[in-house]
Design a protein around this ligand. Sequence first.
Ligand SMILES: *[C@@H]1O[C@H](CO)[C@@H](O)[C@H](O)[C@H]1NC(C)=O
Length: 370
Amino acid sequence: MRAFPAATLLLAVAQASASAALNAEQETFDSHISKIERMRGVAEASIRTSWEQGTASQAVLEWDYKDYTIFGRSPFKTTGQLPVKALQYALSAVTRQSADGRLSQQINDALDGAALDGASSAPAVILGIITQPERKDYWSTALQKQLDYVLNTVPKTATGAISMRSDTAQYWADGVYMGFPFIAYTGVVQDNQTLVQIAFDNCKAYHDVLVVTGPFGPRNGWAAKGIIQVAATIERSQFKNQMQEQLITLKGYIQEIFDGVFPSLRSDGLLPNYVNKPDSTFGDSAGSSCLASVVYRAAKTWPEQFDKKKYLDVANAIRKTILNDLDDLGLMKSIVDPLKWDQKGVVSTEGQSFGLMMMAAWRDYFNLKC
Ligand SMILES: *[C@@H]1O[C@H](CO)[C@@H](O)[C@H](O)[C@H]1NC(C)=O
């Protein structure tokens, strides 16, 4: 038998234990697939407001068509595959677009005063433009109307930021997710850096106001997910070199949220719904899943800054808790009520969608096979 030098042996041992860990991860993933599919089913079966439509479309995109996500192999070009399920969501959003341009707005009395929620379906519409040439005009018209609305109709705050509400100028952390990723994405596919800059400027404006009350008050998950979508869009784009400074700033915001929120991880493996109000809080599966998904994505995209034990420990703890707690219908436990953030609810479409995003991000972080 050949004698191996000690260093080679050590390396072989390290590789063997890394691959054993990976196999264990794959096994855990495989054994939970049917639970995860049920979790997705709850999101798909619940009634959808405009923001739920967009959030669910993003979750389905991340789970079913990873190549087309902003973290995937082909975010800006067709691979030849038609992302059918994601486009079905986009179709429903476009058929319910209001005359003023808001996607998914025609539901109930259509009087929802949110300015940006409908725009959460716009990335799926852009995917239609990219992947379905025979329906390109249809998708493009809808996108242009939604873009015009956000840029020209919505009230602006004193600093020039696009308001989250249609009648007054307000900053809500959710707006960072709803309204800004699609502006950056449009900028890249239309080769228009001005739009990417507008997306950045709005992330910054919202950050500068909301961070004062703690890292984005109670809705850190939305803000972090919106910021990482914009940051990754810049990272993958033709503007990366010209927009290094903006990219560094956005990554800084993500880190700020992680560092501000993660020390509050509870012993039950969840983050509280309100980080700064220890008395009136419970563990919130929705926000926790969303932030865990952002950890996995950030760690994979910018390992030097985010592939750190202190962040992954939190994401893994959350993911394990959520998987353990799923019931027979795939319902997540301990969900904040989507409309009353200091109370627990039963079904949360956004929460279930965040859960699915977390599972997709976990899978992609470890390159697990599906
Ligand atoms: C980029 O987008 C902005 C906002 O829609 C528009 O005003 C401008 O004309 C566009 N620039 C180019 C080069 O298309």
